[in-house]
Structure formats: structure tokens, C-alpha cells
Ligand binder design. Structure first.
Ligand code: ADP
Length: 218
């Protein structure tokens, strides 16, 4: 059955990694608003110019801009048989707009929970590949060696919004704007919460189990 899944959680919870894996397993696209915005900034498009400063500061891009970006993306062919959304919605207004866009199509929702201090530690240690966008953890091995992407050989760099001060601001934004949005979903029968502080394979197993349970209920 088509998978339509939202992966929710704070920065550093592992949303991107888990969303990519589950999307590949189901043959659907992973749609990340963070990746789309970073691509826009890198390409220097009008959207990139509009959002550049907001993203650098770790603040939220306006709901109108984000909802329009997602609306257009969800109309593309590859999203017609399912998708995994990562980083959207982030506010109650975005969640309500998504309900309108989906017009009743069933949606599974998984929240990944991780304590704040662990999030700061992870985000400070993460690097992304300049070329293909793959995220790696410097804690996976010797940080001094983690300079080259294992997927494509590109250079690994720190995201400009992953510095400790910006991460702490992003967490504040998360608790203020995004946590209330979780309340919008948590009483739905298709909502599940998983512990993101365990090993990535175990987080993945928990998400896969949650998705299977939600699909079985429908
Ligand atoms: P993370 O989950 O690690 O915080 P993302 O890659 O999802 O990072 O997002 C990076 C930045 O892009 C956010 O800090 C914010 O500025 C912007 N952004 C991404 N998605 C949204 C969204 N749905 N609404 C508003 N801003 C967003």
C-alpha cells in the first residue's frame, strides 16, 4: 500500500536519515523542506535569496512560502503514490494546510523523541556532503578522518546553521512552534512516538513497526 508518512522531531533527532531509508524501502520520494531550501540558497534562486537569512539564523521560513513549496512538490509525478515528509509540517498552520492539500488521504505520523542535550551533541558533530547532501556523524569514527563522503567522495562540511548557538536557537524554535503542532496529530489513531536515543538501526525498526501497525489498522 502507498506510504504517506510524516517524520516529526527536533533538529538532530535523525529524521533525515530515517526518512530516507524508509522512503527507499517503500519506493517513494523523501521530501525534505530543509533540503529544498538549502538547494534554493545554493542555486541563488529568488526563493533562495528570500529565505537565506532566516535559515542561517535557525528561524522558521513563513508558512505561506513553505506550504506553496510543498504543494508544488506534492503535485509531481513521483509523489502520486506516496512520500515521506521530513521537516514539514513545523507549525500548526502548516499541519492544517497539509490536511487541506491531502483532502482526507490517509497519513501515518511518527514523532522521534531525543533529549535536548543529546541533540546538541549530535548536531555539533554532524557534517554534510557538499556534493550529494548525505549527512554523516563525526562520532561514527575518528572526526579527523571524517572529511570525505563515502557515497560520492565529496567534501564534508558543517552546515552553517549547525553551530552551537544556532542549534540552541533552533531547539527553542522547535519547542515554541513545532512541539504544539505535535498535539495536532497525537490523538489520531495513525500517530506513533518512537525513542530516537537508541542506535539508528533500532530507531529504524521502531519506525518500520509503527508504519506496519498503522497500515494494518486501515
Ligand atoms: P533540522 O531538522 O535539522 O532543523 P532542516 O534541514 O529540516 O533542519 O531545516 C533547516 C532550516 O530550514 C530550518 O531551521 C528552517 O529555517 C527552514 N525550514 C525547513 N523546513 C521548514 C518548515 N516546514 N517551515 C519553516 N521553515 C523551515
Amino acid at each position: 500500500m502507498a506510504l504517506r508518512l510524516l517524520v516529526l522531531g527536533p533538529p538532530g533527532a535523525g529524521k533525515g536519515t530515517q526518512a530516507l531509508r524508509i522512503a527507499r524501502d517503500h519506493g517513494v520520494p523523501k521530501i525534505s523542506t530543509g533540503d529544498m531550501l538549502r538547494d534554493a540558497v545554493t542555486s541563488g534562486s529568488p526563493l533562495g535569496a528570500l529565505v537565506k537569512e532566516t535559515v542561517a539564523k535557525g528561524q522558521l521560513v513563513s508558512d505561506d512560502v513553505i506550504v506553496e513549496l510543498v504543494r508544488v512538490r506534492l503535485e509531481e509525478d513521483d509523489a502520486q503514490h506516496g512520500f515521506v515528509l521530513d521537516g514539514f509540517p513545523r507549525t500548526v498552520a502548516q499541519a492544517k494546510a497539509l490536511d487541506v492539500l491531502l483532502a482526507g488521504t490517509p497519513l501515518a505520523v511518527v514523532e522521534i523523541r531525543v533529549p535536548d542535550e543529546e541533540l546538541v551533541r549530535r548536531v555539533r558533530g554532524r557534517r554534510i556532503c557538499e556534493r550529494c547532501g548525505t549527512t554523516v556523524s563525526a562520532f561514527d569514527g575518528d572526526p579527523a578522518l571524517a572529511q570525505e563522503c563515502k557515497t560520492c567522495g565529496g567534501r564534508l562540511v558543517q552546515r552553517s546553521d549547525d553551530s552551537e548557538t544556532v542549534v540552541r536557537d533552533r531547539l527553542k524554535v522547535y519547542w515554541r512552534e513545532t512541539q504544539p503542532m505535535i498535539g495536532f496529530y497525537e490523538n489520531r489513531p495513525t500517530f506513533r512516538r518512537v525513542d530516537g536515543s537508541v542506535a539508528p538501526v533500532d530507531v529504524y525498526a521502531a519506525i518500520a513497526a509503527a508504519v506496519a501497525a498503522v497500515s494494518a489498522e486501515r
